[in-house]
Design a protein around this ligand. Sequence first.
Ligand SMILES: [Zn+2]
Length: 500
Amino acid sequence: MSEYWQKDGFYWQPLGGNNIDQISGHSYQYTDVIYDVSNHLKQVTSIIVDLGKFDNYQALGVAGASAAVPDIRFLLSSSLISAQAILLTHSHPDHMNGIPHYLKAGYSLPPIYGGKYTKMILDDLYIQFNIAAEIRPDFIEIKEGDILNIGSLEIEVVSASHTCFDSFGFIIKSHSTTVYHTGDMKMDLSTYFRKPTSVKRLKERSAEIDYCVADFYGVHEDGYAVKEVDTFKQLVKLIKHSKKNKIFLPVYPTHPEMYIIAFLAALKLKKNVIFFGNPDFYSYLKRIIDYGINFSDFAKERIKVIYTHNRDEIKSLNNNYVVIGTYNHVSLNFDASSKDSFGIITAKSFFNPLKGQFNAHNIKFVSVDDYPVLQGFGHGFLKDIEELSQILPQTTFIPTHCPVYIIDYFRELANFLNIKLIAPTPNNNEVFLLSKEQSILVEKRISLWLSVLYQSGVASLVEVEQKPTSGEGFLKRTISKRRCMSKFQAYLYQRKKKFS
Ligand SMILES: [Zn+2]
């Protein structure tokens, strides 16, 4: 390992967010190295943003592995660049589930900074992994607007529109440059009971933001990512037009925002609500309620809200309700029939058995295939990044959370749209020196993952080299190389036509 910290500057390294076969395993290193006028090393500050797990660990081919995590070991040993903090953007597994595996492997971690909801989900993980209180790292709860002073870095916490509570971005100011790290987000301002992206603050600090690590991957989709208000409106419309009394509205267990949007649609139409689902659904529902969302309070006297599938309780709702949850059958508890029932399926494939049930009972339903807006979406599309680049016109963008070829193919269109992109496209584990004037690739390193193997409750970490992204496998179903290239060509053609 060469010692890039022998030169003054601000260094950035993706440790899991780029060149991946699946969207997961985020972790980024930011290191501020300061030399004084007589060229003596004055101060070094390193932080890590996110520590996710890599979902597609089977593809790495390590027999017996149960997970894979980014390699941050060099930031945990006692060296000059050892990390002083881990900042968490939000509570999703691909951004923080690396934490329990490192603790299980015997590493101690620096203090963790994250939101209230993030801490609730992290505490659940500690229990699930049986991690003793003594070895849990310190947790510092943060909120929008907080300024964190860590070593030489000044970090402002900004909000991000995403699918879970307390999703943040960070404006990281070093001695030589300022970087806005977005976290998973879209530009949607219509979030319910959560702060939307801090557009006003970004505008205020626009002139000083030199780089934007745009950690969302939807740039190959045109238009804006689905706005929550549009999902809400569509639900209201569908429920209303069905003219049925009993509405079955299944949602993904890990999408709290959908529980809330579905509830608000029911409330708007004065239909009672039954939360009904599997243990996973109820555990996330409990987190939402523990966080402070009190559905019964919102309902006031207007509707009844129940959390069981007790027949008598259901009877008390006078056959006027929306069932929100996870269930793959139309339970006998609801006496559902084609006359009085209607289904709205908000996720792909997960609820296929339920579709079968609807068909068996001749119950009409619509699905996300008919109305894509029903699924919601947490990651910005092309229009989101265009809008962000207009707010930050002088900023160089570093798209992450996507395969490298997406960024490469995006260049021509980005150029047309006046979006400045970093060059060359960063690969996982490469180190970049970021300064006001320029970005320089200072170190090429092979892309490594650590496969996690467990024996008697203790984790061992095995190095595995990541091969370049193939654009096949998982990605073939989402965005293959060829489809990606032709999409960008089509967008460019449409836009050129508009201006000619
Ligand atoms: Zn996320």
